[in-house]
Design a protein around this ligand. Sequence first.
Ligand code: MG
Length: 155
Amino acid sequence: MRVGIGYDSHRFADRRKLILGGVTIPHLQGLAGHSDADAVTHALTDAILGASGLGDIGTMFPPTDPQWRDANSIELLKQAYQRVVATGLNFVSADITVILERPKLTQYIDAMRDKLAAALVTGTSMVAVKAKTNEGMGWIGRGEGVAVIAVAVLQ
Ligand code: MG
């Protein structure tokens, strides 16, 4: 068994789509970033890369490389997982916590789990996604951005 942790944060910005866990969520703002800024998928990708000792998402898909501009992060997760599988490891499960003040994610959680699980060729029950606020504290509390923590288990 191998365990990995991933963390990501992105700043809210105007004229951007809000995409989390591969799901487009209606909101006044989206997240700034070189790719589609899907912080949930980025944190999970870092968790599986960490568990497998393959480095991190920034090294595998450098933001300085124009080919990753506006990249679909679910596709990056799939590519990263192919590299993981090539080392002889397989995905077992993940637990993800999304921290943001708004919008409420409740109605999108299961769709996010479906998308992430499909990218990892597993069932929805193996990917947990939880959302919470930061109780109004700090930069998350002021609605400046979102933070995500992900833990992944590989075998
Ligand atoms: Mg990111």
